[in-house]
Design a protein around this ligand. Structure first.
Ligand code: IPM
Ligand code: MG
Length: 360
């Protein structure tokens, strides 16, 4: 199989972690007889430096012409980087939001799994960590507060800022369908997270999710308020299978969920449209403080590449092989700094990538 992969290495640790994911993909190609043709593209801060804008038409078109996009991370230190002196719509994050919208990537899948080997790195009480957890957060990615109209203006001499949270029935239905479809392949439970005791958009969300649920009688549906969900995630994460929620709630809850897996460096993500096309990136950020020091954990990006094999290319055995290689390397006791614990062997980003590739 020959696949065209658009590669956005991005900023901070992005280039290092993506290089390791490509190392692993190349091993998969060699072992299983495929070919991945890469096109390197700029986005975020790197694009600002080269083109003056965080996202160009050229990058969007090249992504559209590919079978999938593999991405590292974008952005810099918001306190010190000159990128954050630019107007908001010219900053690195605007590139990321722009590409998600341009490619119609409305469904963001963030699997959060506690590897038993890493239960020592989980900050929760031992009895909670011992139960383990394996959930998938399905975050709506192209609607809600992050895309609604916003403005800052003078109202009666007082500076006032407005953001709008808009959801249409159609937007809610398509993400709900994705959640139920995924749940059918997992433990058949969906937790829909909203703030229906306050927000109109949440009341519509709940109504549409209930309608979609009728088509999936085998799936158990529960509704949970977002504040309670934040609490339940640290109290009893094992209760969750698929959690579906709107853009901002998903942004916040997925960071919380990532922390209890031991490190945000372990969490992959896939952003999909209606087809098999997707953009695959680690859930974590660009970690400018450790960039270029061979300290970053490439596992989230390598697992994102595995999601690309599984969801965009239907290469199930290949995806399984990558995930199994990650487990083997953890079993062998190799750890990057973020997940290091006593008795393990500390390795850098490049060595971690090589070890995983060697186990395929
Ligand atoms: C994420 C990030 C982005 C988001 C930022 C960088 C715009 O936090 O992917 O979770 O909020 O979606
Ligand atoms: Mg986030």
């Amino acid at each position: 199989m020959i696949k065209k992969v658009a590669v956005i290495k991005g900023d901070g640790i992005g280039p290092e972690i993506v290089t390791e994911a490509m190392k692993v993909l190349d091993k998969v190609a060699e072992k299983f007889g495929h070919r991945f043709d890469y096109t390197q593209l700029l986005m975020g801060g790197a694009s600002i430096d080269a083109n003056g804008v965080p996202l160009t038409e050229e990058t969007i078109e090249a992504c559209k012409a590919s079978d999938a996009v593999l991405m590292g991370s974008i952005g810099g230190d918001t306190n010190t980087s000159p990128w954050y002196k630019l107007p908001a719509d010219k900053r690195p994050e605007a590139g990321l939001l722009g590409i998600r919208k341009a490619l119609g990537l409305f469904a963001n899948l963030r699997p959060c799994l506690l590897y038993p080997q890493l239960s020592g790195a989980c900050p929760l009480k031992e009895e909670i960590a011992a139960k383990g957890f394996d959930m998938l957060i399905m975050r709506e990615l192209t609607g809600g507060l992050y895309f609604g109209a916003r403005k800052t203006e003078e109202v009666d001499g007082v500076t006032t800022a407005t953001d709008t949270l808009v959801y249409s029935e159609k937007e809610i239905r398509r993400i709900a369908v994705k959640a139920f479809e995924v749940a059918m392949k997992r433990r058949k439970k969906v937790t829909s997270v909203d703030k229906a005791n306050v927000l109109d958009s949440s009341r519509l969300w709940r109504k549409v999710v209930n309608e979609v649920a009728k088509d999936y009688p085998e799936v158990t549906l529960e509704h949970m308020l977002v504040d309670n969900s934040a609490m339940q995630l640290v109290k009893d994460p094992a209760q969750f299978d698929v959690m579906v929620t709107e853009n901002m709630f998903g942004d916040i809850l997925s960071d919380e969920a990532s922390m209890i897996t031991g490190s945000i460096g372990m969490l992959p993500s896939a952003s999909m449209n209606e087809t098999k096309f997707g953009l695959y990136e680690p859930s974590g950020g660009s970690a400018p403080d450790i960039a270029g020091q061979d300290k970053a954990n490439p596992i989230a990006t390598i697992l994102s590449a595995a999601m690309m094999l599984r969801y965009s290319f239907d290469l199930t055995d290949e995806a399984d092989a990558v995930e199994a290689a990650v487990v083997k390397v953890l079993d062998q006791g190799y750890r990057t700094g973020d997940i290091m614990s006593e008795g393990c062997t500390k390795v850098g980003c490049a060595e971690m990538g090589s070890l995983i590739a060697a186990n395929i």
